[in-house]
Write a protein that binds this ligand. Structure first.
Ligand SMILES: C[S@@+](CC[C@H](N)C(=O)[O-])C[C@H]1O[C@@H](n2cnc3c(N)ncnc32)[C@H](O)[C@@H]1O
Length: 254
């Protein structure tokens, strides 16, 4: 697995720098919930990070129970500190060897994780194992062919590395089909992450994403200065929300 999230600094920065407005989080949970087929669903999130999605699903998907699994103790510590919920159980574990019994979950979520997995095919088989017949796997990512994050406007050198790290849609579909899943749909969905470029700049100061570990301090600060200048220019004009778009691939388990 990617060990970068074992870093406590990054875990703390991730928690502070990846918040989103409640309306956006609700919209994401609504999209995920539309793939739940039973009342009182059992849900597993793999690579739950600081627990934002796990806690939100527990809060807004009625009578749900969530098992949140992450390989990083540092991320789990942030999750337990900031996103504890009585219906969420945080567990250390790896996508390639999920600490759960077979056929238990109505829905398995992996959000912004698939590009970290050294053995994606094995992770797909594990999701198939822990999902019950009729259940769904929901993969939230950006497929290589649609990489368009706002960060590339200010750190264009990150794009080449991401093109290597992020799998394309066909590769992911092939792994999930080999694992026994049936593709249901892929949609792209965008939601605001901050109300303005100035707020976006403020959150990126903490280098809150693993991709920034690939930059030297100088490269990071040069991009941050470009972003700050753009935010200042926007402030005199009309601030617009910054959107982040993700692809959501949904698979069913026959
Ligand atoms: C970018 S964060 C995503 C967190 C959260 N799901 C979200 O959407 O904000 C990626 C998370 O995946 C975890 N991770 C990476 N490789 C993993 C693996 N092989 N098994 C389980 N978790 C893994 C990392 O520790 C990190 O917490």
């Amino acid at each position: 697995m990617s060990r970068v999230y074992d870093d406590e600094r990054l875990a703390g920065a991730y928690e502070r720098g990846n918040e989103m407005p409640e309306g956006s989080l609700r919209a994401w949970v609504g999209l995920i919930a539309s793939h739940v087929r039973r009342p009182a669903p059992r849900i597993i999130e793999i690579g739950s990070g600081t627990g934002v999605f796990s806690a939100a699903m527990a809060r807004w998907i009625e009578s749900s129970e969530v098992v949140a699994v992450d390989a990083s103790e540092a991320m789990l510590a942030e999750a337990r500190r900031h996103h504890a919920h009585p219906a969420v159980r945080y567990l250390r574990g790896e996508a390639e060897s999920v600490p759960a019994a077979a056929g238990v979950f109505d829905l398995a979520l992996m959000s912004r994780v698939i590009h970290h997995l050294p053995d994606r095919a094995r992770a797909a088989r594990e999701l198939a194992r822990v999902t019950r017949a009729g259940g769904r796997a929901v993969i939230r990512t950006t497929f290589r062919e649609r990489l368009d994050a706002v960060v590339y406007d200010y750190w264009p050198q990150l794009r080449a590395g991401d093109e290597l790290r992020f799998p394309g849609e066909e590769e992911v579909v092939a792994d999930f089909v080999s694992a026994g899943f049936v593709p249901e749909e892929t949609v792209s969905f965008a939601q605001p992450v901050t109300a303005s470029l100035a707020a976006y700049h403020a959150r990126l100061i903490g280098r809150p994403q693993s991709k920034f570990t690939r930059l030297t301090d100088e490269e990071f600060h040069r991009g941050l200065a470009r972003l700050e200048a753009a935010a200042r220019a926007e402030a005199t004009d009309r601030p617009r929300p910054v959107l982040e778009r993700y692809d959501v691939a949904v698979f069913s388990r026959p």
